[in-house]
Design a protein around this ligand. Structure first.
Ligand SMILES: NC(=O)c1ccc[n+]([C@@H]2O[C@H](COP(=O)([O-])OP(=O)(O)OC[C@H]3O[C@@H](n4cnc5c(N)ncnc54)[C@H](O)[C@@H]3O)[C@@H](O)[C@H]2O)c1
Ligand SMILES: O=C(O)C(=O)C[C@@H](O)[C@H](O)[C@H](O)COP(=O)(O)O
Ligand SMILES: [Zn+2]
Length: 360
């Protein structure tokens, strides 16, 4: 399956298939040299990528696994390695790994020489359905998630489903959090497909799983095509910020956990909270609130967090990218498929929703 992502800088294709990586030579057409940025546990994939570069000089840069790679220190090391290799604007960076590695690699591509070409090879469910698509790149700071970054779209995304064969079940579940997010904010068929057979939905070799991946990418592609740089939302007219559903609390939890919790686990808790907030402030139907918890727990994702953590989490939320000045902005749901921006929400309602729905 190929999904074309419309973009202000020219469209690109997301290829979703077993064996998609074999299309790399086409994506590299015109490049002189290649730098492969790969997370350490997946270093074996760098050999496969090298074999597909058709003799081009290739530099492999291994980076620490998961969020440990999304740091200013690792970013600076990548720049040094590109300088050492004499990397120029005719060359291409290939990011290989989960969303952490591809967010970092994309940001290296965005910043090196003010921007060089980037090809994205996501290796996790979350990377395929979300991080590889839409051009958000960046790193974390201790103060908050993804606080430094750039919009830099890839030339191509090669989502090779065969790379998921050894992905641990907890990582599959983490990626499914972003898939069902797309179900709550846009495509109801995603919810139906997942709920009908959770085991099949999380079997990365099943047709149902492939359909869910395709549907989630289609949701993301449609949203980013209309609002790449996340500037158009207000009230019920919600652009790219819709994709941030569950992320205001989710990112705060990730920072509080020093990025040891998986992103999908954190936003699972964040979505349960936002469903409750939406019930209180937007009248979201209690049945849909319960559907969040049932589906996310059915996928093996967490839905609760420490009872006494609300004050520090609220403090961390102040640095959320959707905030404007001292005003918090949340993405709520008025109904399935109807995201709404909640500007300056009542603080008491936020705390009460946390105490009621999340506090463990
Ligand atoms: N740019 C975006 O639009 C966007 C969207 C969603 C999430 N993200 C970011 O993506 C990151 C999360 O991505 P993630 O869930 O992929 O986590 P991750 O990149 O941290 O990877 C999770 C774990 O899975 C392992 N792994 C990856 N591929 C594997 C494979 N094929 N086989 C075995 N193990 C494998 C990794 O080594 C790691 O240990 C977060 O930093 C999040 O902020 C970005
Ligand atoms: O692509 C987007 O836009 C999203 O919000 C998708 C999110 O799933 C993703 O986690 C993204 O990295 C969050 O962006 P941020 O701007 O809140 O850091
Ligand atoms: Zn996310």
């Amino acid at each position: 399956m190929i999904i074309r992502v419309g973009s202000t800088l020219g469209p690109y294709d997301v290829t979703i298939a077993r064996g998609a990586l074999d299309a790399l030579p086409t994506a590299l057409e015109g490049a002189d040299r290649v730098a492969v940025i790969v997370s350490e546990p997946l270093r074996h994939l760098a050999d496969r990528v090298r074999a597909l570069t058709q003799g081009r000089p290739t530099t492999v840069i291994e980076v620490p696994d998961a969020e440990a790679g999304k740091t200013p220190q690792v970013l600076a090391r990548c720049w040094d390695e590109l300088a050492g290799a004499g990397f120029t604007r005719n060359d291409v960076i290939v990011g290989v790994g989960g969303g952490s590695a591809t967010d970092l690699a994309g940001f290296v591509a965005a910043t090196w020489l003010r921007g060089v070409a980037f090809v994205c090879v996501p290796t996790s469910v979350l990377g395929m359905v979300d991080a590889a698509v839409g051009g958000k790149t960046g790193i974390n700071l201790n103060a908050g998630k993804n606080l430094v970054g750039a919009f830099h779209e890839p030339l191509a995304v090669l989502a090779d489903l065969a790379l998921l064969d050894d992905l641990p079940a907890t990582e599959v579940a983490s990626g499914m959090a972003e898939v069902v997010k797309c179900g709550f904010i846009a495509d109801a068929e995603i919810l139906r497909l997942a709920e009908a057979d959770l085991a099949d939905a999380t079997d990365t070799r099943s047709d149902r799983f492939a359909e869910l991946v395709g549907r989630a990418v289609a949701v993301k592609a449609a949203v980013v095509a209309g609002d790449l740089t996340e500037r158009t939302s207000s009230g019920a007219k919600v652009g790219r910020e819709a994709l941030n559903y569950g992320h205001t609390l989710g990112h705060a939890i990730e920072a509080r956990e020093s990025y040891r919790l998986r992103h999908g686990q954190a936003i699972s808790i964040g979505m349960v909270w936002m469903a409750e907030v939406s019930h209180r402030l937007l009248g979201l139907d209690p049945g849909l609130v319960a559907r969040h918890r049932d589906l996310l727990e059915g996928l093996g994702l967490p839905t609760s967090y420490q009872r006494d953590a609300w004050p520090p989490l609220r403090q961390l939320m102040s640095l959320d990218k959707k905030a404007r000045g001292a005003t918090l902005r949340l993405v709520g749901l008025a109904a399935q498929g109807r995201p709404v921006i909640i500007d300056a929400p009542q603080e008491a309602a936020l705390a009460a929703a946390y105490a009621h729905a999340v506090a463990g």
